[in-house]
Design a protein around this ligand. Structure first.
Ligand code: SF4
Length: 188
């Protein structure tokens, strides 16, 4: 199986894309078209590099001894949920934690997961999700690991078990109540 990436290799040593020192997988392809996006070159679904996911797994394993985890970014990794889930599953099997950025909200993903099992499987292998589009009017340098204040840092496994959106408290002190929703989900 292949994955379309903006950069054919893992980015190493990132300290801004999640907790600790992280490897980042820059996926290619995004539908959200956020105004002010800092990565417009990752939007096209025909550009970038097609890479075998086995190569990515090897790179992840090699880097795992001196990194704290893997972060999926882009682009929107949810647009390639099938390939991303295989890599995320591999990370979990090797005790490597997984963070993921997406332009969808968590609630939108849960709705999509009812008809797209790969999204649900990918979610089941993500520890922390940073959700929502980048909103230029809400841009802030004060929110950790995010670009704008509407984006949330979500504990995915607790959210799935508790059937509501559970934020990682230590990062979300700046989030206003209006962004916290508690829907009941129907699982597929
Ligand atoms: S979701 Fe991310 S990559 Fe996609 S347009 Fe928005 S900011 Fe850019």
């Amino acid at each position: 199986m292949q994955i379309r990436l903006a950069n054919p290799n893992l980015q190493l040593d990132s300290i801004v894309d999640g907790e600790g020192i992280r490897c980042v997988l820059w996926t290619q392809g995004c539908i959200h078209n956020c105004k002010g996006c800092h990565n417009p070159h990752t939007h096209s679904f025909s550009e970038g590099h097609l890479v075998d996911i086995e190569e990515i797994k090897e790179q992840i394993l090699e880097a795992s001894s001196y990194h704290d985890g893997v972060t999926f970014s882009g682009g929107d990794p949810m647009c390639q949920a099938g390939a991303c889930l295989e890599i995320a599953k591999f990370c979990q099997e090797n005790n490597i934690n997984v963070w993921c950025y997406t332009g969808y909200t968590y609630e939108e993903l849960i709705t999509r997961a009812k008809t797209n099992l790969k999204i649900m499987e990918f979610l089941k292998n993500i520890d922390v999700l940073i959700d929502g589009k980048f909103v230029l009017e809400k841009k802030s340098l004060d929110v950790k690991f995010r670009g704008s204040t509407n984006q949330r840092i979500i504990d995915v496994q607790r959210s799935l078990v508790e059937e509501k959106t559970v934020l990682v408290d230590k990062y979300n002190v700046e989030i206003k109540k209006e962004y916290i929703t508690k829907p009941k989900y129907m699982f597929v």
